[in-house]
Design a protein. Structure first.
Lengths: 298, 298
């Protein structure tokens, strides 16, 4: 397939790389020239660099994938006279893999649909490691037949491809899951810290929680207490993994979506404030399980 | 074995019943005569009713088990001139299965140890259903050799018997696990409500969460959204299960323990206030997953 790819950051670059490995031809754009050059050098003859989103839109491609930092960039790339939508033919399908608020995802998809373009929202989880290994989870919203049509494309970049329902529902699933993840991680951090400060061995306590009703991914797969699990950020100084500032971004999206829906999220809201505190203290680059450092006696 | 059993409430009665079925001889006390009579009638010749804790203490038994509502009752039964400790021989071991704060558990156990009595703290989880079926989880704190010596006794009443470390650690494990459980349940309720109010099918959303990083016992085993799982309180009007007021009690114990340890528990503390709100509104008797009713559009 001839695929446009806009947004070659830490996630977009390895995703584009996996599409190229699967034999697709890519037409790429990014503001950062070094990212563009790297991909051109890695796959000579298979990649063409274009100079603006509207050029990607006008190139007569089968599909355009976007992977952008936030809703403001998605709006800027898709909307307006120089945007993708104003310059694309109805033969080109659109997939936005950025993590943004469901409301914006639905607004952009509605404009695309009104002019006859297929558009899917397909945010991912799995981090840069998953993007490189091609093991991302894609949460996809939009028309189910179109989801099925592009499943091969998702499979070239990911492992777990989930249809979430109508337009915007990929973003809804991600925001709901990640809000619960942020809450569970802080809850696990509090419970582990409380138990240890009251005299329990961390591994014994984790073992009990993991076979009891407190069991959660944050405890049994990604425990924030150092030394409980091997090969998790907690056991290598909270490097790598999923950054605290990315969790803060997702909690902000949850808060925004909840506000629009008049949906109370007291724990989600406090979780956002706790990650905000952690970020303000200069810890935004640490893995999100480092939040336990707010609660642990040293 | 000759076993004293003090406290024949909703949990104590079926636990005593299982000890009798296992062939032990029981010496029982409860303030509620109907509870005493019921057990006498069910097991003629195997049960003797005594008229006060001090009589149970003075009966020359191998073991006394207590199952009481709160720390105030534990202190009243064990301490003072008419209490168990003042009237028991050092040949009688003591097991308190009440759920109380770790501090009180350690104080009472220290007094017992000082006069030469073995004492274990052994709070349970699994509710009245687990007590009846003999499938309770026991979280046991105290001397490990004594834990091993009485493992058969625990096995007569439960299925999962976990040694948690020194005196009081059974209570610590329970309080830490149940605080995380309360946080996870509210977090799941918020995430499910948010996702559904933004347009997702509850079962689809739960399926995504349960295979993603938001996965937790409250979502995959006890989902609070009606219709997602069968055979959980959410699918029968939040009857049965684990009462909201019992969760509130455990969150109160966590708050108390955290205060003594100067341990910050921001989400645990807010979870306590949320269950307090729910209880104040008259919902304390509903299963604790009914907390989702605070967050759901009807």
């Amino acid at each position: 397939m001839k695929i446009g790819f806009i947004g070659l950051g830490n996630m977009g670059s390895p995703m584009a790389n996996n599409l190229l490995k699967a034999g697709h031809e890519l037409f790429i754009f990014d503001l950062v020239q070094a990212s563009v050059k790297k991909l051109l050098d890695q796959h000579p003859g298979k990649v063409r660099a274009l100079s603006a989103p509207k050029e990607v839109a006008a190139a007569g491609l089968d599909l355009i994938i976007t992977m952008l930092p936030a809703a403001v960039h998605v709006k800027s790339v898709y909307l307006g006279p120089d945007g993708v939508l104003a310059n694309v033919s109805t033969q080109t399908a659109l997939i936005d893999s950025s993590t943004i608020d469901p409301q914006t995802a639905r607004e952009v998809a509605a404009i695309a649909a009104a002019q006859g373009n297929v558009m899917l929202d397909a945010p991912v989880s799995g981090g840069t490691g998953g993007a490189e290994a091609g093991t991302l989870t894609f949460m996809v919203g939009g028309d189910e037949a179109e989801f099925t049509r592009y499943k091969n494309i998702f499979n070239a970049m990911g492992k777990n491809i989930v249809y979430c329902g109508g337009s915007g529902n990929g973003q809804v699933a991600k925001v709901a899951n990640n809000m619960l993840l942020g809450i569970s991680m802080i809850g696990t951090a509090e419970a582990m810290s409380l138990g240890v400060s009251l005299g329990m061995e961390p591994k014994v306590l984790a073992g009990i929680i993991n076979t009891s009703s407190g069991r959660c991914w944050s405890s049994d797969t990604y425990n924030p207490f150092p030394g409980v699990l091997e090969n998790v950020p907690a056991s290598r100084g909270y490097t790598g993994g999923f950054g605290s500032d990315l969790m803060l971004k997702d909690l902000g999206l949850a808060a925004e979506a909840a506000k629009l829906a008049k949906q109370p999220i007291p724990l989600g809201s406090l979780a956002q404030q706790i990650y905000q505190t952690f970020s303000l203290q200069g810890n935004g680059g640490l893995d999100f399980s480092a939040i336990i450092n707010l609660f642990r006696k040293k």
